[in-house]
Design a protein around this ligand. Sequence first.
Ligand SMILES: Cc1ncc(COP(=O)(O)O)c(C=O)c1O
Length: 396
Amino acid sequence: MNLPYYISWSKQKNAPVFEIESVDGIKVKTSNGHELIDMSSISYQAHFGHNHPIIIKHIKEQLDTIPMSSPKGIYPHKNQATLDLLAYMKKEDGKIFYTTSGAESVENALKIARDITKKKIVLARKNSYHGATLGALSATGDWRNPAHMTPEGWVVRIPEPRELDSLKKTRDVILKNNPDNIAAIIIETITGGNGVYSATNEWWLGIRSLCDEFNILLIMDEVVCGFERTGAAFGYMHYPQAVNPDLICLAKGISGGMVPFGAVWTSLKIAQYYEENLLCCGLTNYAHPLGLAAMRGVLEIVQNAEFQKNLKLVEKIFKSELEKLKNSILVKEIRVKGMLCAIDLTKTIDNKKFIENGLYLVSQTNRLILAPPLIITKSELEVGIQKIFEVLKGEE
Ligand SMILES: Cc1ncc(COP(=O)(O)O)c(C=O)c1O
C-alpha cells in the first residue's frame, strides 16, 4: 500500500496496518468486513473503548464554549478539573503541568528535575519505554533508543529490580557517576509494553531511600499504569506511600486516547520552588480545553459505581481466563497486573493471524501485550481470550 504518510516504528514497505471503517465500544470494524475485539486498547490508551459517550459529550460541550487553547487563560473547568484530578490521584498537595502526550510529560518531568536539582544525569532502566522525543527516548532503554544516537552521558542505566543485589548495584552506579551529577531516576511504576514486570515494595523503598540519601528526584512514569489499568487507580497505589514520588508522568488513559493529552504531577516542594523561580516549560496547546474536557469525562467514568463494579469483575475474569492459555504448549509465562498482561511465547506469531481471527492486539516478537479496554464485558473478554487460544492452538 502506497501511503502519503508514515507508519510509526516500521519499515514503510509492507508496514503492518489495518483499515478502520468504524468503531463501536471495544470493537473496531475494518473495511474488509472484519470485526476486531481490541485486546490491547490499541496502544494502551483506549481505556474506555473507542467512542465512550461520556467523553464525547464533554468534548462536544467544550467545542461549543471555549474550544481554543490558551496557555495562560483561566476558566472554570480548568481549575475544577485539575482539583478533581489531584483528588483522584490522592495527591492534593502537589501541582499539575499539562502536556499533549506521554513523551511530552516525560520530557517536562526531566526538564523540571534537572532545573530543580541543577544536576544533569538521569538514571533509568534498560527494560523501559518512555516516549519518542529526544529526552524521553534517551531515558528509554529498549530497542528504540540506539537507532537515534541520543546524547551520550544524559542517561545512565541502573540494574533491573529482579537482578541479584539490584539495590546495592544501583548504589554503586550512583557513586560511580557522582551523586552530585545525578538529577533524577525515572522508572515505569509497572513496566508496560516491555513485559509487565512489577518490582517489590522492598525495591521501591530502597530506591526512595537512595533518592533521599543523594538528593535525587524520583520520577514515576504512569503513562501506561495510570487511570485504573493495573488494578488500582494508579500504579504507585500498589506500593507503600513512603515511596513518595517527586514527579508523576501521565498520558494515554487521561483522555482515553480521544484527544492528545498528558500531565505531570509535581510535589509541593517543587511547586513551592516555582513560586519564586521561572518555570521554563510551556506548550501552545498547554492545558488544551478539549484535553481537559476528555479528562473530565474520564474522571466521571472512573468514579462511576457501575464502571468500578464491572472493572472488578473483569479483572477477576481476565486472570482466570488467562490461566486457560497455559493449556497451549506455546505459552512460556504469563504476567498479569489488573487489566495489563504480558504473555511470553516460545515462538513469534505473525500479528496477521490474530487479526484474521477477529482480534486486535499488540505483539512484539514472541510476546503479546494485552490491555483490554476497561469497559469490556465478561463475555467479550471470554470471547477475546478464547480467540487468542485458538490462534495459539493453530500455531502449535
Ligand atoms: C510507559 C510509557 N511512557 C511514555 C510513553 C510515551 O507516550 P506517547 O506515545 O503518548 O508519547 C509510552 C508510550 O507507549 C509509555 O508506554
